[in-house]
Design a protein around this ligand. Structure first.
Ligand SMILES: [Zn+2]
Length: 399
């Protein structure tokens, strides 16, 4: 009987595989965005062309967008939640309720068209619900054009302007239909092509690969070349392929360093120039390279060719091809935070598990694998400091 076992197993596996193919699918999106950020009024004017591919067996009559900035208004669900729950995030508490008109965030829809025709939509706090003029049949696509204006809120949590570490702008956008109340987020796989026009004094770091480095300069240009910075505005062009979100930060005071990971991505570091008074951000670069090498070897090569570690100035948050982390404080906290957020790239950002539904999978892996990295690279990580109960202890708690 024993010799028949492998054949039976094979049959069993292949029948499961066939079944799985019938009910599993992934939607797909392609975004092309063109935005202009006015650094005086903190207003954004933008257009977005979305090609949405319905790979599901269902006909879709509605689609949803996130309007995350709407969370930063007095009376928003995020505001009410953080003022009424028993254990509010101490970084939020009642701060939203005190925002003035020119400090709140908003995203206003100016026009919305599906395949060139106006569509009906409603805005419910941070969710824009679009009733499609023409349902999207299975295995077909549609094009949705959106024109919008927005105000970047004073930074409360994750997104916003002028936070306490002095980062002017940090921003992100993505897709799923849950209200934003300052928790995790999730999006659909897609390609993102973004053009950002901003005052030429500002340096941008974020998801994707810059397409016009020789025009932009700011540390993106080829080593040894000089780019003459013009007055006025610059248009940055980023492309990211196969990502579930797009995040970016902009500041006038960013230092920008680049380091190549052997057999890995090119790492970009963006941090406040005044951080150069300590060598934390220099030591961090070596630790980051080693972390990538370790994770590449242990868990598979990182599939994108650039990654940015950005002083976002507010906790730590993982995004595709970049992370925003706190930049001040002790080296030990900084390096632990970097390792944790970077490690998310191997699970959430490569496999795209929905962290808003299954946080244990992604956070569990990130905690486990970053602890492994820190244990194996302990010299680099702790460099003379006594190791304490956890890398995250001295930070404000990455998510
Ligand atoms: Zn995490």
């Amino acid at each position: 009987m024993i010799h028949r076992l492998p054949a039976l197993l094979l049959l069993s596996i292949s029948s499961h595989f066939a079944l799985a193919q019938d009910y599993r699918w992934q939607q797909r999106v392609e975004y092309a965005m063109d935005v202009r950020l006015d650094v005086t009024s903190h207003h954004i004017a933008g257009t977005q062309k979305l090609v949405y591919y319905n790979n599901s067996p269902d006909t879709l009559t509605k689609v949803y967008y996130h309007l995350y900035f709407n969370a930063f208004q007095p009376g928003s669900m995020m505001d009410v939640r953080s003022r009424t729950i028993s254990d509010p995030d101490r970084r939020v508490t009642d701060r939203i309720s005190k925002l003035k008109e020119d400090e709140i965030g908003y995203q206003h829809i100016l026009t919305l068209k599906q395949d060139g025709k106006d569509v009906v939509y409603t805005v419910d706090h941070t969710i824009l619900e679009v009733i499609l003029a023409k349902p999207i049949l299975p295995k077909t696509k549609t094009v949705i054009d959106l024109k919008f204006e927005a105000q970047v809120p004073l930074q409360i949590r994750r997104s916003g302007r002028d936070n306490r570490e002095g980062i002017a702008y940090s921003d992100f956008q993505g897709w799923h239909a849950d209200q934003y109340v300052a928790r995790e987020f999730h999006g659909v796989w897609g390609d993102v092509d973004v053009k950002i026009t901003i005052d030429s004094k500002f340096v941008i770091g974020g998801t994707g690969k810059l397409q016009n480095p020789e025009q932009i300069g700011h540390g993106y240009e080829k080593a040894g070349t000089t780019v003459k910075q013009s007055n006025g505005e610059q248009q940055w062009h980023f492309i990211a392929k196969d990502v579930i979100d797009f995040a970016w930060a902009a500041d006038q005071d960013y230092a920008h360093d680049r380091v190549q990971v052997p057999n890995g991505p090119e790492l970009h570091f963006f941090y406040q120039k005044n951080e150069r008074t300590s060598d934390n951000w220099t030591k961090l670069q070596e630790a980051a390279v080693k972390t990538f090498q370790f994770l590449n070897e242990r868990f598979g090569r990182y599939p994108y060719d650039t990654y940015s570690i950005i002083q976002g100035g507010d906790g730590g948050m993982e995004y595709p091809m970049c992370t925003f982390i706190l930049g001040e404080g002790q080296y030990r906290g900084l390096v632990g935070l970097m390792a944790h957020e970077v490690t998310h790239s191997w699970y959430q950002m490569a496999l795209a598990s929905n962290e808003s539904l299954y946080p244990w999978m992604d956070e569990g892996f990130a905690d486990f694998a970053s602890s492994e990295a820190q244990a194996c690279l302990s010299e680099l990580f702790w460099s003379g400091h006594q190791r304490s109960a956890g890398a995250r202890q001295s930070t404000l708690g990455p998510l």
